[in-house]
Design a protein around this ligand. Sequence first.
Ligand code: NAP
Ligand code: ZN
Length: 341
Amino acid sequence: MKALRLEATGRLAVCETGKPVPGPGDVLVKVEACGICGTDRHLYHGEFPARPPVILGHEFTGIVEAVGADVTGFRPGMRITGDPNISCGRCPECQRGRVNLCRNLEAIGIHRDGGFADYVCIPETQAFALPDALDPLHGAFCEPLACCIHGIDMAEIKTGYSVVVLGGGVIGLLAVQLARLAGATRVVLVTRNADKRRIAEELGATATVDPSSGDVIERITGASGLLPGGADVVIECAGVAQTVEETPRLAKKGGTALILGVMPQGTKVAIEPFDLLFREIRLLSSFVNPFTHARAADLIATGAIKVEPLITRKIGLEEARETIINPAPNGEIRALVIPGL
Ligand code: NAP
Ligand code: ZN
């Protein structure tokens, strides 16, 4: 089969390799689609620890081709989405239910072979069924959606709440939809790109703000702003210093500031503890997808979360290589890799 393999930091190649053979507890999946995520670029540049040589791709969906002897929940022909994060179940963090913080966390597409390939082989525990009738590409959004669900759960959005989302990538556009589903009546999305602002409004944002055309804090929290006094919940989905600093400042007194975006290790930002304390801001951060993948699969399967507008390009493995080694093109939301293309 053909696969896109990280051979070493800075060395990514389309290669011919053996089709994986499922072990007793594994399912072999013919990949229909696999999203390219910012993490793939970090892996290529060595900014995120990987274990090369390894086939990248952790946002995959496909059809079960074969199952191991011990597999009971899946049979050939079923469509599945894969949860890439495998926790050990034995370490102190796993033992207290914090599986996303597992000391031995391993991810498919990072530490073991992933979905930028004709086939991917995964433990049955990481597979979640999707309906036969679903658009074959939509399952590729379950993984980023599952990460957003964990964040939205932590933020505890209630009916009638106001929410600000910073950043209009996949994560931001999924967070907007989840906030509305959770009952938020006002959801403001902040992002520079006009197409992303338009898509956000189609997907449920009640207002959008272009941060390049004036002070975001004043235009949202000011007396004549969109949410005078600030929002109940602010969700940072850009992963840049400016938006991280804006996150608590956009929250109202007693409000919640949630960091979902990832910044390079070692980066420091300016946050004013006095402001956090005297306005009693709840500052939270959320990491990956503990126990949320099944909910993500159901939200996609039922169409409750819309993902079609998030697909910017459908590309093959060669083009995926170029896409990962270069910065994301302006306006790109998600490029989906279709291995046979
Ligand atoms: P992305 O496509 O890069 O989206 C980030 C968005 O932020 C871009 O669309 C960019 O769009 C916008 N942005 C940049 N500067 C901005 C500013 N000053 N103000 C407002 N918006 C700004 O990435 P993604 O896939 O959506 O992921 C978002 C972040 O979440 C990343 O850092 C990713 O690593 C992280 N993430 C975290 C988890 C987790 O478990 N916590 C899981 C998955 C991803 P414009 O150019 O339009 O502004
Ligand atoms: Zn563990």
